[in-house]
Unconditional design. Structure first.
Length: 735
C-alpha cells in the first residue's frame, strides 16, 4: 500500500513540476527565438545596405566636386587601364608562346615535307644532276687547316669521309680521291677515303677532311633555316604563313650552299663540364653547339682534348655525340631594348615580359680601352649617400669596391646609387651573381617602385643556376654596358657579388682539373677580375666621352679583408667602401668605416662645393673616434673634450641615412656645413632626422637664392658663407 502512495505522490509531484516549468521553459525559448530573429533581421538589413546596385561604371557620371572622389576615380581609371593593358599583353604573350611552340612542330613538318619533295620527280633527278657540279665546288674550296697540319705531324694519314644520301657515281668518288690525295701529298701526308651513305642528309654531298666539314646537303640547309626561324620573331599567323611559303619556295628551287665548319665528338660529360676531341682549330671562348641544340663555351684547350662549360641543361648530351663549332666568340644581345628587363647570363629574358627584339650583339670578352683612349676621371657619379659623396666620392669611370661582411648593407648602397641616377642620364646595369631569385625579384620591385627600372638592366645568374652562367654573368653585363659606353653614354655597373663569382670560377677550374693555388682558387683568378674591371673606363672626347663606373661588391668573412679575393679586388679597384658589422649593429647605417674607406681618384670628381664642405670632415671624425675610444674608460672629461665629443656624435648622426632616400649634392653640402659649424649642437641626437628634414624645407621655403647658388656646385664664396650662417642662425633660433 505504502508503495502505491509513494508512487501517487511521485506522479503528482512530477505533474506539478511539468505544469510550472513548462511555462517557464516556453518563455525562455520564446525570448531566445525572438532575439535570434531580431539579430537575423539586423544582419539582413546591413547586408542589403552593403551591396551596391550593380551598374556599368561610368567615370563621367561620378560627381567630381569632391576631391577625394576625383582622386579615387582617377586611380580606379588607371587601374582599369593597367588591367586592360596587362590582359592585352598576356593575350599577345600566350599567342606568341603558342606560335613559338608550333615553331618546333614546324620543323618536323618541314623535314618530312622536304624528304617527300626530294623523293619525288622532277626534284629528285634535278638534285642528282647537280651532284657533279657540287663536288667540283667543294673540291675547289678544300684546304688544310693548321689543326690538320699539326695532326699530320704525329700521324701521317688524314681521314677523309664522303657522305651522301644516295649512292654516288664512281666518277665522283674517284675525283674526290684524286683531289684529296694530291692535296695531302703536297704536304707529305696520305689520305684514307671512306664513302658513306646516310639517308638523313635527304640530298646533296658532305665531305669531311680531318675535322673540317664541307657541307652541301639538304639537311644542312634545313639546319640553317631552322636557326633562322628560331631567331626571328614570328608573332602573327600571317608571319607564320609567310615563313612556310618562303620555305616551300626555297625547297623546290633548292640550290646547295656549301657551309664549312668543324666537328668534334663528346668524350666525357659531368657536372656541366664537357670534354671533347676533334675541333682542331677551336679558340678559347668560342661557342660550340651540341647535337641536342644546347650551347657551350670553350674554357680549356689541351693537346688531346678540349674542355667546355655548358650553358643550359646537359642531361640530353651523350658521350659520342657530335659537337659543332659555331664560329664565333660567346656574345650577348645589346641595345636599348634591354632597359627595364631582367635577363639571364646569355641575354635571354627571364622576367616573363615577352620576347626581346635586339639585333646587335657584343662578345662577352673584349679588350679594355687602351690608355690613350681614356680620359681622366673628372665628373662625379653621385650616389646620393652622404657618407660616400662627402668622404669617398666616386667619379664617372671609376671602380669603387664595396666590401663588408654579410648583411652589412652592401646591396643597399648599390641599389640606392642606382635609384639616385634617376634623371641623370645614366644607364644602370645590376649583375646579380649567385643570389636567391627572391632577392633579385625584390630588388627589381624596389627599382620599379622608385622609377629606376626605366634605365636599368638586371643580369641575373641565380644561385640555382650553373656555375658556368654565374661565371659569364659579369662579362655579359659588361658587354651590355660597353655598348652604351661606346655610344657616348654614362653607365653604372654593379657586380653583386664578385666573391660568389670567384667561387663559381673555382668550381669550374677544379672540374677542369686546373691546378689550384691559394684558398684553392686557380692562379688566374686575379687576371679574371682585373680583365673584367679594366673594362670600366672614362673614354676620351674623341671616342664619345662615355664611361662605365663599376661598383664591384665583395663579401668578407668576419671582416677579414686580407683574404685572397678581397686583397685581389682591393688592389685592382680605385678605392673601397668598407662596411662594418659592428657599426651596422650599433645602428650607424650605412655602416661605412670612414678610416678604412678610400677613394683614390674620386676627389677630383667631387664638386668644388662638396670638397669645401667636407674638407675637415675626415679629420674631425677621426678625432672624435679616437677621443670616444679613449673616454670610454674615464668619466672625468673636460669641457673642450666634451664639446668635441658632442660635435662628433652629431656628425656621425648626420651621416646616418635611411634606404631609398638619396640626397642631392646641395642638401648634403648644406647639412654638413650646418653640423660642422655647430648649428646642431643643441639638437638631441634622436631628433637629428627632424633637424635634417626641417633644414632642407626651411631653406627651400625662405632661402631659395642660397639653394640655387648651392645647386651650381661652385665653391662657396664669403658672401654665400655669410648668407648661410645668417640663415642657419635664424633656423637654430626657431628650433
Ligand atoms: P648580403 O650579404 O646578404 O648580400 P648585404 O650586405 O648586401 O647582405 P643588404 O641586403 O643590403 O646587405 O642589407 C641588409 C639589411 O640591412 C637589409 O634588411 C636592409 O634593409 C638593411 N639596411 C641596409 N642599409 C640600411 C640603411 N641605410 N638603413 C636601414 N636599413 C638598412
Ligand atoms: Mg647583398
Amino acid at each position: 500500500m505504502e508503495i502505491q502512495y509513494v508512487l501517487i505522490n511521485f506522479f503528482l509531484l512530477a505533474l506539478l513540476i511539468v505544469l510550472f516549468c513548462r511555462k517557464f521553459i516556453l518563455k525562455l525559448f520564446r525570448s531566445r527565438r525572438e532575439r535570434i530573429c531580431r539579430e537575423l533581421d539586423e544582419v539582413e538589413q546591413i547586408e542589403n545596405a552593403l551591396i551596391p546596385e550593380i551598374t556599368e561604371p561610368s567615370f563621367e557620371e561620378i560627381p567630381s566636386s569632391n576631391n577625394g572622389v576625383a582622386e579615387e576615380k582617377a586611380i580606379a581609371k588607371e587601374k582599369i587601364l593597367q588591367i586592360e593593358a596587362f590582359g592585352q599583353r598576356e593575350c599577345h604573350e600566350i599567342h606568341r608562346i603558342m606560335i613559338e611552340k608550333t615553331k618546333e612542330c614546324f620543323f618536323d613538318i618541314m623535314q618530312n615535307k622536304v624528304a617527300e619533295i626530294f623523293a619525288s620527280e622532277p626534284y629528285f633527278s634535278k638534285m642528282r644532276a647537280k651532284e657533279s657540279a657540287l663536288i667540283d665546288e667543294i673540291l675547289g674550296m678544300i684546304k688544310l687547316t693548321p689543326g690538320d697540319m699539326a695532326y699530320l705531324k704525329h700521324h701521317d694519314v688524314l681521314y677523309v669521309t664522303l657522305t651522301s644520301a644516295h649512292k654516288l657515281s664512281e666518277d665522283i668518288v674517284s675525283r674526290v680521291d684524286r683531289a684529296t690525295t694530291e692535296l695531302l701529298n703536297s704536304v707529305g701526308g696520305k689520305t684514307s677515303l671512306w664513302v658513306k651513305e646516310d639517308s638523313e642528309l635527304i640530298g646533296g654531298l658532305r665531305l669531311r677532311i680531318g675535322d673540317t666539314v664541307y657541307d652541301g646537303t639538304v639537311s644542312e640547309a634545313l639546319y640553317h633555316f631552322k636557326k633562322g626561324i628560331k631567331r626571328d620573331t614570328i608573332d602573327t599567323d600571317d608571319a607564320a604563313k609567310e615563313v612556310l611559303e618562303e620555305f616551300y619556295e626555297k625547297a623546290k628551287n633548292f640550290i646547295a650552299k656549301i657551309s664549312v665548319y668543324q666537328l668534334g665528338r663528346v668524350m666525357q660529360i659531368s657536372d656541366g663540364i664537357c670534354w671533347m676531341d676533334g675541333l682542331a682549330d677551336i679558340m678559347y671562348g668560342e661557342v660550340i653547339e651540341f647535337e641536342c641544340g644546347e650551347r657551350g663555351m670553350v674554357l680549356d684547350i689541351q693537346p688531346d682534348r678540349i674542355g667546355c662549360v655548358i650553358f643550359g641543361e646537359y642531361e640530353h648530351i651523350e658521350s659520342g655525340s657530335r659537337v659543332r663549332r659555331v664560329g664565333r666568340i660567346a656574345s650577348v644581345p645589346v641595345g636599348e631594348a634591354l632597359l627595364g628587363r631582367v635577363v639571364d647570363a646569355v641575354g635571354n629574358p627571364i622576367d616573363g615580359e615577352g620576347h626581346l627584339s635586339v639585333k646587335d650583339r657584343r662578345p662577352i670578352e673584349c679588350n679594355a680601352p687602351a690608355i690613350l683612349d681614356r680620359a681622366p676621371v673628372k665628373r662625379p657619379m653621385h650616389t646620393g649617400i652622404k657618407a660616400i659623396d662627402a668622404l669617398v666620392p666616386i667619379g664617372r669611370g671609376q671602380r669603387e669596391l664595396i666590401i663588408g661582411d654579410r648583411q652589412t648593407g652592401k646591396t643597399a648602397i648599390a641599389v640606392d646609387t642606382i635609384i639616385n641616377q634617376n634623371g641623370k642620364n645614366t644607364i644602370c646595369i645590376y649583375v646579380a651573381i649567385g643570389q636567391k631569385e627572391t632577392t633579385v625579384a625584390e630588388i627589381k620591385e624596389k627599382l620599379q617602385k622608385y622609377g629606376a627600372m626605366d634605365y636599368t638592366v638586371i643580369v641575373a645568374a641565380n644561385a640555382s643556376g650553373s656555375a658556368a652562367t654565374q661565371y659569364i654573368a659579369p662579362f655579359a653585363g659588361t658587354a651590355m654596358a660597353e655598348y652604351f659606353m661606346y655610344s657616348g653614354r654614362d653607365v653604372l655597373i654593379v657586380y653583386d657579388d664578385l666573391s660568389k663569382h670567384a667561387v663559381a670560377y673555382r668550381e669550374l677550374s677544379l672540374l677542369l682539373h686546373r691546378p689550384s693555388g691559394r684558398e684553392a682558387y686557380p692562379g688566374d683568378i686575379f687576371y679574371l677580375h682585373s680583365r673584367l674591371l679594366e673594362r670600366s673606363a672614362c673614354l676620351s672626347e674623341e671616342l664619345g666621352g662615355g664611361s662605365i663606373t663599376a661598383l664591384p661588391i665583395i663579401e668578407t668573412l668576419a671582416g677579414d679583408i686580407s683574404a685572397y679575393i678581397p686583397t685581389n679586388v682591393i688592389s685592382i679597384t680605385d678605392g673601397q667602401i668598407f662596411l662594418e658589422s659592428e657599426l651596422f649593429n650599433e645602428g650607424q647605417r650605412p655602416a661605412i668605416n670612414v678610416g678604412l674607406s678610400v677613394s683614390r681618384v674620386g676627389g677630383s670628381a667631387q664638386t668644388k662645393l662638396m670638397k669645401q664642405m667636407a674638407a675637415s670632415l675626415r679629420t674631425n671624425l677621426a678625432q672624435y673616434r679616437e677621443l670616444a675610444d679613449f673616454t670610454q674608460l674615464g668619466t672625468d672629461i673636460d669641457e673642450s673634450t666634451k664639446r668635441t665629443l658632442n660635435a662628433g656624435a652629431r656628425l656621425m648622426e648626420a651621416l646616418k641615412q635611411n634606404r631609398y632616400h638619396p640626397l642631392e649634392d646641395w642638401q648634403q653640402a648644406l647639412l654638413l656645413f650646418a653640423v660642422s659649424e655647430g648649428y646642431a649642437e643643441t639638437v638631441p641626437l634622436e631628433n637629428m632626422d627632424d633637424f635634417e628634414n626641417g633644414l632642407f624645407e626651411y631653406f627651400k621655403a625662405f632661402y631659395m637664392p642660397v639653394v640655387e647658388k648651392l645647386k651650381s656646385g661652385a665653391k662657396a664664396d664669403d658672401v654665400l658663407l655669410t648668407e648661410m650662417r645668417e640663415a642657419l642662425k635664424v633656423f637654430q633660433e626657431r628650433l
